[in-house]
Every structure is written in structure tokens, then in C-alpha cells.
Design a binder for this molecule. Structure first.
Ligand code: ATP
Ligand code: MG
Length: 257
């Protein structure tokens, strides 16, 4: 593996009595794309949120680019500047134009001047194929376009690492492809990416590794070929079969219940 960009060591997270992450060990190399899959409630979002300290881990270490972000003395804002995050819901400011949505965090957090922030905004809107929407308001854009704006907003901060939490799962199916195309481009450009997704085609084609989580632990970690095509564990097989055939899962559930 290339130089590790994200190192997660024996990470635990509890919410009260709910022990959600139960010892996660994971290394992601520079430029590597890792897709995280697993059932609802397995701790995927919590894991991502611990990497950029939106959640404080209960135990364990996270290092990003060699800096321990879980060190109590760390400058959290400095860490977050290095990590871009894209969520299922894009959280754009509705009263601001697309460009203003991109320039605001650059000016506030990076203290860029107006002209420079606007220039970086324009560059990144071009990257995601939305240069012509610079002066539009979010409400006039499709969900897929809004998500690409959210990606451009994160990129405008110049992150070393991008975290994606189900970036396409709130979109109509016909809008998913454009967002995945932007993510594929980022992967090809060498961005280090951790992507929680149910898009198995994307995972197969773009991910260097796929991690299957269940019950707060990593059950399986390997190439897409290993984990998706030839899963070693019954839990992984079961999850994938439900994903590929949700109708069967309903039948199983009814039989079980
Ligand atoms: N802020 C919080 N406070 C209390 N409990 C939480 C919090 N965030 C997550 N949890 C709990 O942690 C567990 C894991 O949640 P998490 O959102 O990480 O799962 P997930 O794998 O992302 O699921 P999904 O596929 O539904 O998004 C769940 O039991 C959830 O209720
Ligand atoms: Mg989640």
C-alpha cells in the first residue's frame, strides 16, 4: 500500500449503553478508494463521523496524514480543513447562490479574499460540470446537481481526503449517474476517498477495496472481487443477496417473523 493517509486503530464509539463501534482497525493509503458497505445501524456513518471528529470516539486512535486527530490537543478546525465530507442531504444554503455557497466556507474558514474564493469556486464548479449554474439558487437545481454543488463546495476547501456518506441514496435513480461520474473522476485524479454506499456497480468498478461492516466491526476487507464477488463470510453473502434482491429479503423477513 502507498503511504497511509487514514489510519484507524481499535476505534470504539458508544452512545450511552449502545456500543456502536466495537474495535475498528482500518488503513487507507494515499489515493486509495475504499467503499464501506453494511446493513443499517452497523455503524458506517458513525465511523465516518469519527474520522473527521463530528463524533468523539470513546476509545482508539484516528490518524489523518500522520496527524493524530484523536489527540486531545489537536486543532479540530485544522483537521477538518483537510477532510471534505459529503452527506446524503446536501445542506446547501437556500438563500445563497451556488457560487456564494462555495465562497462562504472558504472565506470564513480559510480566510480567502473574495476574488480568490470566487476563482476557486468557479474552478470546482467546472470540475463537477456545473459552471453554468454559478449564479443559480439551489432550489432551481435537481437533486443530483445540488449534490454536485455540495461536492464542489467540499473540494473548494482543498481537502486531502474526501468522505462520502451515501451521497446518492436520496436521489432519483436517473440522477445518480452524474454524481457517481464526479466521484469516479476524483478517484482517477488520485483523491483518497472513503465512501459509504449501496452502489455495488460503483464499488466494483471504482473501489480499490470494499469493507463490509456489521454490528460495529469489520467483517470483511478486500478487493471488490473478493468481497462482492466471492464473499468469505455468511453475513456478507446474506447482506449482498438482500441488496441485490430486496423482494427476497421481504419474503425472508416475513417467514422469520
Ligand atoms: N448521535 C447519536 N446518538 C445516539 N445514537 C446514535 C447516534 N448516531 C448513531 N447512533 C446509533 O448508532 C448506531 C449506528 O448508527 P449509524 O448511523 O452509524 O449506522 P449506519 O450503518 O450508518 O446505518 P444506515 O445504513 O441506516 O445509515 C445506531 O444504533 C444508531 O441509533
Ligand atoms: Mg448511515
Amino acid at each position: 500500500m502507498s503511504r497511509p493517509e487514514i489510519q484507524i486503530r481499535d476505534l470504539h464509539k458508544s452512545f450511552g449503553d449502545n456500543h456502536v463501534l466495537r474495535g475498528i482497525d482500518l488503513e487507507i493509503g494515499q489515493g486509495e478508494v475504499v467503499c464501506v458497505i453494511g446493513p443499517s445501524g452497523s455503524g458506517k456513518s458513525t465511523l465516518l463521523r469519527c474520522v473527521n471528529l463530528l463524533e468523539e470516539p470513546t476509545k482508539g486512535q484516528v490518524l489523518v496524514g500522520g496527524t493524530e486527530v484523536t489527540d486531545p490537543d489537536v486543532d479540530i478546525d485544522a483537521v477538518r480543513r483537510r477532510i471534505g465530507m459529503v452527506f446524503q442531504h446536501f445542506n446547501l444554503f437556500p438563500h445563497l447562490t451556488v457560487t456564494e455557497n462555495l465562497t462562504l466556507p472558504q472565506r470564513r474558514v480559510l480566510r480567502r479574499d473574495k476574488a480568490r474564493a470566487a476563482q476557486v469556486a468557479a474552478e470546482n464548479l467546472r470540475r463537477v460540470g456545473l459552471a453554468e449554474k454559478a449564479n443559480a439558487y439551489p432550489s432551481s437545481l435537481s437533486g443530483g446537481q445540488q449534490q454536485r454543488v455540495a461536492i464542489a463546495r467540499a473540494l473548494a476547501m482543498g481537502p486531502e481526503v474526501m468522505l462520502f456518506d451515501e451521497p446518492t441514496s436520496a436521489l432519483d435513480p436517473e440522477l445518480v449517474g452524474d454524481v457517481l461520474a464526479v466521484m469516479r473522476m476524483l478517484a482517477q485524479e488520485g483523491m483518497t476517498m472513503m465512501v459509504v454506499t449501496h452502489e455495488m456497480t460503483f464499488a466494483r468498478e471504482v473501489a480499490d477495496r470494499v469493507v463490509f461492516m456489521d454490528g460495529g466491526v469489520i467483517v470483511e476487507d478486500g478487493t471488490p472481487e473478493q468481497v462482492i464477488a466471492n464473499p468469505r463470510h455468511e453475513r456478507t453473502r446474506h447482506f449482498l443477496s438482500r441488496l441485490l434482491d430486496p423482494a427476497m429479503a421481504d419474503v425472508e423477513e416475513n417467514n422469520a417473523g
